[in-house]
Design a protein around this ligand. Sequence first.
Ligand code: ADP
Length: 760
Amino acid sequence: MSTANLITVLLVLVSLLYLLILGRIFRKRDVRQRTEIFLVGYIGLSLLWIVGQGLKFYAFIPANILSRLTLYGILLLALFFFHLNRAFLRRGGRGLPWWILGFGWIVVVAAVSEGLVPFPAAWGNVSSIQVGVWLSMAGWALAMGGSAVLTSRAYLQTHEPLHKNRLQYWILALLFTVGSGVLFFIENPVLSSGVHLLGVLIVTYAALTHNLLDIRRMVRRSVSYLIMTLFTVVIYTAGFIAVQYAFQSLPNYSPIWAGATVAVILAILFNPLLTLVRRFMRRFITGGGYDAGRIVQEYSTKINNILELDKLATVTLTHISRSLDIRRGILFVVHTELGSNGSGSNGASSEDGQFYLRSVIGAGDGLPPGASLPNGTLSAGEPVGDYLYKEEQPLTQYDIDMLPRFQEMVPEEQAWLTNLKMVVYVPIHVKGRWIGLFTFGPKHSGARYYDSDLTLLRTLADQTGIALENARLFYDLKTHMIRIEHLNSELAEANRKLTRLDQAKSDFIGVASHELRTPLTQVRGFNDILNDMASTGDLTPEMALQMTGSIRKSATRLQKIVDTMFDVSQIDTEMLDINASPNSLSSIINMVIEELSQAVDERKQSLTVEKLGNLPLITGDGQRLKQIFANLVQNAIKYTPDGGQIEVSGRLLDGEKSSAEQSVEMVVRDTGIGIAAEDVERLFEKFYRVDDASLHSTGETKFKGAGPGLGLTLARGLVEAHGGRIWAESPGHDEEKCPGSAFYVVLPLESGRLRVLEAA
Ligand code: ADP
């Protein structure tokens, strides 16, 4: 066959092949997606370009015209390839600037090549067609370089093996396309067309096939096949040569015997050797497979009888991750809320409804810490929720990224899935209900999940169903139990409070009967005497004045007790009013002392005040602060025998800090009867009094004069309302030795709490 005939045959064959590819695309799909449109354009152009190259070999069209046309053609092809590349990588936008640049470039190349642009004389004998070729080369290199940059960037960015595999195909196609361009420019049209065809085939396969064959696996299998074949050949050849050599030296050499012996020896040795080589290859080349049956059996033994959800999640994730060499995984439990269209259990169609995914536990590296494992919500009407709910099949992130079915996802769901950084999602169903979801990250080896992996995962998920359902029920039960326990303890606490309230009520009645009765009796007594004297006419104005004075005193005492009771109840119900303003503690203490000086004198006690002059102003309610210290000093007078000493002192705490953080400590110290250790804390409780009140003398400042047992309760309430603390210290209670006691009050200079009250 002459070269011309050969070329004709090749040309026809290649053209037919292109038409066949185009035909298949149109038959299988309605070409609507961006990738498919560009692909069809690219293949069509390739066909024209190759026909153009082929026609150069025929004389009936002037070769130079064809050369120029194919020159423009390769630029146009490169431009289409670049845009096809962008579509393949799913880059947004139409890339309009690139189209304009590309077509502009082609127009310039055409104008130059057709001699429409005059050259400066200095360029000498450079032909216009030569410049056109250079320009065309530059434009082509730019488009190919751009594609290479885009593709390699995408390749480096993805860690998902399936995406990587898809890009590997593209890289291969790119290499072929570049190769064909180079061959074109060095004017080898036949080879260039052939290589271009290979590029087009790979591009078509990669762009239109979802489940692409795994390049890594293909390469590994080929290598392993090669090694096995070589091994077999070497063993047989070596065996034959060695045995024949050994037999030849024997006296009765018979080729038949020698052959038989060789066959026997090889048959014995070959199998073990082959196993050895296979093992070696599995370890270092093809990667270790696994025994799915054993994994499933071990798995079901392990998860049997696990009732705790956390434990089940840990065991399942660990077992699966170890068996399949997976980096990380999370187990979610799914709570379903289907709307009116949903059917819940039988898996019929449901348009509305939500699946709430609560993460139980995650295992492996690259996970967010325990507490922040991301819970999520998938909608039943959205593609992913719909798939996992209805199909009961594993879903890969690659499917979600690539399949048209998942293109219309709501951004929140998409963001949640992306954030999980997982590769496979395996739903867990029980009797048609979706109850859980395993999510798994990439494998340690970087290999993809093969179909066999997905089948195994599905089997394991099926095995998990019942166990997960039980664990969920158990978990719900436990949660309910905890809630009930919680309610129980709340009830017990409420009970305790009620008992305390009840006690307080009886205390109140006791106190009221004792404390209020004394002054009341006095009021009534004086009143009766007044009445009698008035009726007999014995009442002199002096006596009347004396009587009414006594009545007023008793009434004032009554009022004081009632006021204290009211204040304490205000504190109890947190309704106490505090009117904050700057106050001088020194003047407050002075006012207190002034009011009580008469009592101090009566009891022949000494009362001294130390170091108050230089204390800063304190923000608080002046009246209430006075009440605090009046109570403390009054107690000191009451519980110190005649002639004893009382001392009030104060100091600034945290002087080095800013005034907002400073506080003052005030101490009221006496040389009185002291307080027993067991009473020190309880003094501040309502109605608490160390001794039986009925044994006390009555009177506000008399030695051990009884009170209602509310003074310290009120003092504590007021101190706390100012954001401070109050406590008592004493070596013990002894009415003979009088060890004394000290009451400490620490008040912040500026209480945050008061500011809130002021604002309110
Ligand atoms: P009362 O109204 O009885 O004074 P308080 O609440 O002021 O009630 O005090 C409660 C109890 O604390 C008193 O009954 C007393 O036993 C004890 N107490 C208070 N202050 C002192 C003190 N300075 N020294 C010894 N005991 C004190």
